[in-house]
Ligand binder design. Structure first.
Ligand code: SF4
Length: 449
């Protein structure tokens, strides 16, 4: 089926959200001016609901003309008990003449906590069912014709409990992790080598610190021998780095090092219980050894946005490689202490491409995505099944189809998943650089010729 799309927006940035006098009350949470042709059209509105939605609430969509006149309107009930319905708010209307209209969405309460995830308007063809599936994904074949990325939770243990990370939090409903057993790792490695699918890359990390695993270097070498040419990365805080792990640095293609601040108090507030004075020297030794293989993994948020240029300069002085400015994610946790760190939050809206990723935790459990710290998803387990069975599992096919059809609200983690708009992340980094440049210019001017 061909989609005749007249307007579409996925994860609109907050500039389309008008300021609200009371974010807890009723109000508008999306407004955008859109040129439309004369046509009969149908629309699909998809929302992320507030976590604390009281009963008996509704959302209204309006199509407004140039003078603010209402050309079409529709209201839908929204309820915490039926979150899936928020992905299927359907509307139909006709415009007699081409014109610029405003699409406006309002909520009867908690307007500040409603998010538009996607809006699509299509030309309606009488007697013909419309296809509402996503058009943003790049991979679209089932069964899988490749594995895009493999994320291995070789260690379920982390020495940090970062403010915005669910790992080690007492409320997380999962038992304390361990290092991945050899039988599970071997099943994974053999499975990858014999599955016959191209593999885009392999990363060690997930919910723990991979350097806790004393067999990490050996495991990287094993994968490299089985899968020549497939890049292997490691993600760590550096807190567990000791000289005996030098072979890890030698074996791996790149090593992402997560450091959020160079201000000790900020670092310790964000990456507790790690101690700045103990960890930073370890990071510096690690970068001295790894050189350009070491990538600074830098989630950019409200608490460190002013420090980005300083962190970049520090990394350059150490001789590290690039800096990866990561869009901050709440990791599907709506705790206000976490969401307050956002620069410019938009909802997660993964495409079916995600079904091409293989996420394996230390116990062999295969998960939907790297934000599923609570392990609410279950795509099988390498503890009980070989990899080819896991890859062909009906639950993975279901995930592929859910994301292809944009049924995000059917996936529990997606109901609370926020990311910063990447443009806002890059803008914050650029602003920090400009600020640093202005500071050094001012110092140079003050000290004179
Ligand atoms: S919870 Fe996972 S799958 Fe869902 S939108 Fe967020 S990152 Fe994507």
């Amino acid at each position: 089926m061909i989609q005749d799309i007249l307007f579409e927006q996925v994860t609109p940035p907050p500039r389309h959200r008008p300021a609200l006098p009371d974010p807890h009350g009723p109000g508008c949470f999306y407004s955008r001016s859109v040129p439309l042709p004369a046509a009969t059209m149908a629309g699909r509105i998809q929302l992320m609901l507030p976590p604390d939605l009281p009963p008996g609430q509704s959302v209204t969509a309006e199509i407004l003309g140039q003078e603010g006149e209402v050309l079409a309107t529709v209201s839908w009930p929204v309820a915490a008990e039926t979150p899936e319905a928020a992905d299927h708010l359907m509307m139909a209307f006709t415009l007699e003449a081409p014109q610029r209209v405003t699409l406006r969405l309002t909520a009867s309460t908690r307007a500040g906590s409603f998010y538009l995830r996607a809006a699509k308007l299509q030309r309606a063809v009488p007697g013909q069912a419309l296809d509402w599936s996503g058009t943003h994904g790049r991979l679209n074949l089932w069964p899988l014709d490749r594995i895009r990325f493999v994320m291995v939770g070789n260690s379920g243990i982390c020495t940090a409990s970062c403010l915005h990370c669910p790992t080690n939090k007492p409320w997380l409903p999962v038992p304390r992790g361990e290092v991945m057993a050899e039988a599970i790792f071997e099943r994974l490695a053999e499975g990858l080598a014999t599955c016959g699918l191209p593999i885009g890359g392999i990363g060690f990390g997930l919910f723990g610190d991979p350097l806790i695993d004393r067999r990490l270097a050996e495991r990287i070498r094993r994968l490299k021998a089985l899968l020549p040419g497939v890049p292997v990365t490691v993600s760590t805080t550096g807190a567990a780095f000791v000289p005996r792990q030098a072979p890890v640095v030698e074996a791996v293609d790149s090593i992402g090092v997560h450091v959020e601040s160079l201000v000790p108090e900020t670092y310790e507030a964000l990456m507790a219980p790690l101690r700045f004075a103990e960890v930073i020297p370890r990071v510096e030794r690690l970068v001295a050894l790894a050189g350009p293989k070491a990538i600074l993994a830098l989630p950019v948020h409200q608490r460190n946005r002013a420090e980005i240029a300083d962190l970049e300069a520090w990394w350059r002085r150490l001789g590290g490689g690039g800096v990866e400015h990561q869009s901050f994610t709440n990791r599907a946790n709506l705790d206000p202490a976490v969401t307050a760190l956002h620069l410019s939050p938009v909802t997660g809206a993964c495409t079916q491409d995600l079904a091409y990723d293989l996420i394996v935790d230390w116990d062999g459990r295969v998960l939907t995505c790297c934000n599923d710290f609570a392990k609410r998803s279950n795509l099988g387990s390498l503890a009980t099944a070989p990899l080819d069975t896991i890859l062909a599992d009906a639950r993975r096919e279901r995930l592929f189809r859910q994301l292809r059809h944009r049924d995000w609200q059917q996936i529990e983690g997606c109901r609370t998943c926020l990311f910063d708009d990447p443009a806002a992340t890059q803008a914050a980094a650029a602003a920090s650089r400009a600020e640093a440049q202005a500071r050094s210019l001012a110092i140079a001017t003050a000290s004179g010729p």
